[in-house]
Design a protein around this ligand. Sequence first.
Ligand SMILES: Cc1cc2nc3c(=O)[nH]c(=O)nc-3n(C[C@H](O)[C@H](O)[C@H](O)COP(=O)(O)OP(=O)(O)OC[C@H]3O[C@@H](n4cnc5c(N)ncnc54)[C@H](O)[C@@H]3O)c2cc1C
Ligand SMILES: NC(=O)c1ccc[n+]([C@@H]2O[C@H](COP(=O)([O-])OP(=O)(O)OC[C@H]3O[C@@H](n4cnc5c(N)ncnc54)[C@H](O)[C@@H]3O)[C@@H](O)[C@H]2O)c1
Length: 460
Amino acid sequence: MKYYDAIVIGSGQAGSPLVKQLAKAGKKTALIEKRFIGGTCVNDGCTPTKTVIGSAKAAYLINHSKALGVHVDNYQIDMKQIKARKDEIVLSWRNGGQKAIENTENLDLVFGEASFTGQKTVKVKLNDGGELDIQADLIFINTGTTPVIPNIEGLQEVGYFISTTLLDVEYIPEHLLVLGGNYVGLEFAQSFRRFGSKITVLERGPRLVAREDEDISEELTNILLAEGLDIYANAEAVKFERENGDIKATIIVDGRQKEIFCSDILIATGRRPLTEALNAQVAGIELDDRGYITVNDRLETNIPGIYALGDVNGGPAFTHIAYNDYAIVYQNLFEGADQRTTGRQIPYSMYTDPQLGRIGLTEKQALEQGFNIKVAKLPMTSVARAIETGDTRGVLKAVVDADTKQILGAAVLGQEGGEIITVLQMAMAGGITYDRLQYFIFAHPSYSESLNNLFMKLGR
Ligand SMILES: Cc1cc2nc3c(=O)[nH]c(=O)nc-3n(C[C@H](O)[C@H](O)[C@H](O)COP(=O)(O)OP(=O)(O)OC[C@H]3O[C@@H](n4cnc5c(N)ncnc54)[C@H](O)[C@@H]3O)c2cc1C
Ligand SMILES: NC(=O)c1ccc[n+]([C@@H]2O[C@H](COP(=O)([O-])OP(=O)(O)OC[C@H]3O[C@@H](n4cnc5c(N)ncnc54)[C@H](O)[C@@H]3O)[C@@H](O)[C@H]2O)c1
């Protein structure tokens, strides 16, 4: 048995910064990672998808440059080059992260799969053979999630992509059937449409991005339809089979059966926590009924000294939230702070093009919570910067408290939506009321300047 002060399981977006700080604080620390440094975000998620989305955007711009007086006769999509560029960027992040960890004193990096053997003891099945038994008083679990694969007749036989494997294709799928109409499904669907694939999206729920307000979902759906995607809501695949080299999908849309022929399938139907291998029950760690680790608002499990950070604790599954989990735990343990997850802001941005930036409450949530609200909306066609740049797709929407004038939430579907939402997030954090933003000085011509006109819609 080897003794440490701290063990971190998983080098995701919380574990990687945490191990360096633990070691710096003088704790003898072990980081156990079964795959790659950087976890999902660096290797399978944010970094590679946003790199591929960058290539897809270039294709879109070429296709739409004529309206700006720029005529391009010919262009080719080189999937091998797109993949190579993605690999290079991912590797540079992964290797840079690994080097920083290896160069940290007091920190052992162990490649292998960790599982609990007792309350504070862990066995590591080493990737290059053998096992290692370790023990520590402080244990931090940051094992993340993995895709959920629906149990559909014939799916295993015909084969399918998940987000990780689709990132490695070196050809353009002829007709990609995408199951799931949310973040993963839509970012990939739009990108591959721009590379030249025919795309069909099946969403089981009543509409795309169903957590958003209906008007935002509809606006985004119309943008994607205009790019040539076929979209079915209230839709599920019930059977797959091979027929003459194609995949025949039997689907049910609005209760009616239909057949679709496609060449490839992407499963983007959500993710589940990576807790099975952990053997958490041996340590007495409580999981919820979906397998997520239960934590309090300081991210500690029911076992004192064992924490769960990032996607695996069932909080909002975003990199910046995993990072904030790290910040909360670190500040509480080493800076004497009392940081909690309760009430923290949850911004996010979906990287369709245009992006959908979001912060705070939707209109529906604000009404459900009993606020007396006013809603402001401004189409991107009224935004000077968008008109001048040549892309007026989308809309800005803000929900405010009519009594206190506080901003309760906002959605920005438009160019730089993910950046504009940050301006609103800071206004919300600083308690800047909407009436002050009506005459706030923003640089001209910027997208953020449109916030003047957005809030003017609410009157003085
Ligand atoms: C396609 C895709 C695109 C995404 N894009 C975005 C985006 O644009 N913006 C955003 O904010 N979020 C995005 N996300 C979500 C984001 O990637 C995750 O929220 C983030 O990576 C969460 O990190 P984490 O720290 O919880 O764990 P992860 O990053 O998932 O890391 C967990 C690590 O633990 C390791 N591990 C698991 N079990 C064990 C074990 N038993 N022993 C040892 N090691 C183990 C895994 O190998 C992994 O390296 C995306 C996700 C996907 C799938
Ligand atoms: N830009 C970003 O921040 C970003 C990008 C990608 C992923 N992510 C994160 O990754 C996580 C996973 O994303 P995701 O899109 O895979 O999951 P998700 O849970 O967000 O969406 C899955 C969608 O699939 C639908 N669905 C489920 N089963 C289905 C079926 N059998 N047939 C058709 N539709 C079905 C659901 O109704 C839902 O709309 C998200 O929680 C998100 O936080 C974030």
